[in-house]
Design a protein around this ligand. Sequence first.
Ligand code: TNX
Length: 542
Amino acid sequence: MSSNFVIRHPKVLFSLVGLWLLLAFSCQPRKDSTDETLNIIPYPVSVTLHTGIYHLKSPVTMYVPDSLQQLGDVFTDYVKQIGYKVKTARGKHADVSFSLNSALSLPDEGYLLNINRSGVILEAGTRAGLFYGMQTLLQLIAVRGKNLPRLSITDYPRFSYRGLHLDVGRHMFPPEFIKRYIDLMARFKFNRFHWHLTEDQGWRIEIKKYPRLQEVAAWRDETIVGHAGKSNKYDGQRYGGYYTQEEIRDIVNYAAQRHITIIPEIEMPGHSRAALAAYPNLGCTGGPYAVATTWGVFEDVYCAGKEETFTFLQDVFDEVIGLFPGTYVHIGGDECPKKRWKECRLCQQRIKNEKLKDEHHLQSWFIQRIEKYLNSKGRKIIGWDEILEGGLAPNATVMSWRGEEGGIAAAKQQHTVIMTPGNWCYLDHYQASPETEPLAIGGLTTVEEVYSYEPLPASLTETEQQYILGAQGNVWTEYMKTPEHVEYMVYPRALALAEVVWTPKEKRNYEDFLRRLKQLQPWLDALQVNYARHVLNDTSPQ
Ligand code: TNX
């Protein structure tokens, strides 16, 4: 076609211009489009959609450098679960290639995911980044099958601490379930599992030096039936158990492969009746004590006056530290009534000797002494916000649970903070009207409320806000007896929280979250997650 021809025939010119415009427009990358194809939770920092599809081969071929073999194995397992086989391919001709590139200027856990006409390229500066990129890719494969949209994603987390907690003191769940809990967390880019291992109602971690923790503290005679505030009926059934050190090591490794650090919690000075039942000399009155059979806050706590208490706790921590390689250890610190200490000669003596003002300061002294010990072993402590009362231990991180105030106060004192305020982060609360729900502790925290949570309090300056490491969902299990019930309470609220802690604030959109959740529903079904369906308009039986 000569240019003269085009000029002489204006209709042809118009059609050519039209065609060009059409092509130009449809090939234009669509940045952050809410395209139906994008089913990713948590939503990435930046997505550019291109036209066209990349078809994965059968079996899916993957290239991983030798140094990343473990990641390759995890990927192969995950893809198998979706129903596809994976074969390794040499060189970079594979469908999916992973590469670690320390020259990338991305935040620590960030990744780049490119899907173009020749395949899927995952790049990151760290193994964690590659792992998260892989999770994004898996979500795409789970929903789109082998026809992947061409796109470019740049992604990294908003917060470095993205946690879920699980209380195994009130009810205990088998090691297989703990792994599943961790695996599901990893799929949504959580990176901290806070394992609440000791309670009034049961001690769940094997400590070899103290066999009575296994023989006595791990077991309660029976359990209250119904709501602790309203019932006085008990089931008459002995209940308990504990995780052996071998099981714990296995779980810690499993979590590490999924880039999840476990933070073990050993509660003190309160919530310690199970330990006192085993070793009554550790209490102010000397007992006898029994492992608690109902829920609540109990007056019997570790004696702060006796040296034996600290010998015991230090011995316990020596074993705990050997099992959990992470820097942080949670020492509890919440809900410690001061009644026994007020009446205890040795505690009062301690107050005098240490020139403390009162029992709150005695608690603070207690925590600081434990902190010093753990710091000397290269560890750092996290405590519930009560550890602010009577003065914070010098290097402690505060977990703010009674609202945000504790976190705000700690950040102002330049202490790091993890936000877990009850109104948004308590996944043991009801998620819908109590009449329609299985028995729960109380409260009401809907998926939408969790989603609306903003971890950075507006009352803090930008500098102070930097002390907020992230947020965590708490799962107290007084009223959750089975793994299925735990999942029902946790999902999908944990997915809302995953987006709170990962996605940039300005990218959060509840309607779009629900749309993506619906798209992921068949995948959650395939994984047999017992998620609650209130926000999915799904009335199938649970
Ligand atoms: C308070 S949160 C507790 C737990 C209970 C929970 C029930 C916290 C630090 N302590 O012992 O299980 O409320 O929601």
